[in-house]
Design a protein. Structure first.
Length: 234
């Protein structure tokens, strides 16, 4: 294997960090890509020998996970999320912006080895959509204009500035929405008191007959009395 002495030293160091344990193959490949920027053929062969793992298994893992790259990557990895939440909020416009600004397509690296574009299905930050991640720094609610400014900062070597901007954006909580003021409800007017029930006049006893009727009754009484008197005299 054509592995330079310096590279061999770095490879041995990452293998020792993982105690040359075959079950830590994925972790070793992650360290390898972090150390060299990608998984080279020579690097994969060295790992296979160092862990005593078949080379075809190493390649199977390296090609199965999208996070691994078998091609050299640029200094800055630009990941644009194409998940559902980001898609509906303009992720495709961000992809177009990166492609026009850097002149590369998904999976490609700029000629100066400065940028690599990677489109991913989800970055797990749907609440911040649309999201762009550059070198593990999350940029939330990105617009095409803002993305052009961020790329310009990295071109000028101001990646740290971009990092600070992202950190501030994540640390600054959004103001809580003001509670809605409920309109005052006028008190309902009290109903008018019900009118008092009209008192019914008390029934009055019928008046004693008067006039001719009274006189006729008196004559009858007198006639009866006369008959009683006659009967007594006999």
């Amino acid at each position: 294997m054509a592995v330079a002495t310096d590279d061999q030293t770095r490879l041995d160091a990452l293998l020792e960090r993982n105690e040359r344990r075959p079950e830590l193959l994925i972790q070793v490949l992650q360290d390898l890509q972090r150390e060299f920027g990608y998984l080279s053929e020579d690097g994969l062969r060295y790992v296979a020998d160092g862990l005593a793992v078949p080379l075809n298994r190493v390649y199977h893992v390296a090609t199965f996970y999208k996070t691994f790259s078998l091609l050299p990557r640029g200094k800055h990895l630009v990941s644009v999320c194409r998940g559902t939440a980001c898609h509906v909020r303009g992720a495709e416009r961000l992809v177009d912006t990166v492609q026009r600004e850097l002149g590369i397509q998904d999976g490609e690296t700029t000629a100066d080895q400065l940028f690599t574009l990677e489109c991913v299905n989800c970055l797990g930050a749907c609440a911040l959509s649309p999201v762009v991640v550059i070198d593990a720094v999350y940029y939330e609610k990105v617009t095409p204009d803002r993305l052009r400014g961020i790329l310009k900062e990295y071109r000028g070597g101001n990646g740290a500035k971009g990092e600070e901007v992202a950190a501030e954006a994540e640390a600054e909580p959004e103001p809580a929405p003001e509670a809605p003021v409920e309109p005052e409800v006028a008190a309902a007017p009290e109903p008018d008191p019900a009118p008092a029930a009209a008192e019914e006049p008390a029934p009055q006893a019928p008046a004693a007959p008067s006039g001719p009727g009274r006189k006729k009754l008196s004559r009858i009484e007198r006639k009866i009395r006369r008959k009683e008197k006659k009967g007594k005299s006999k």
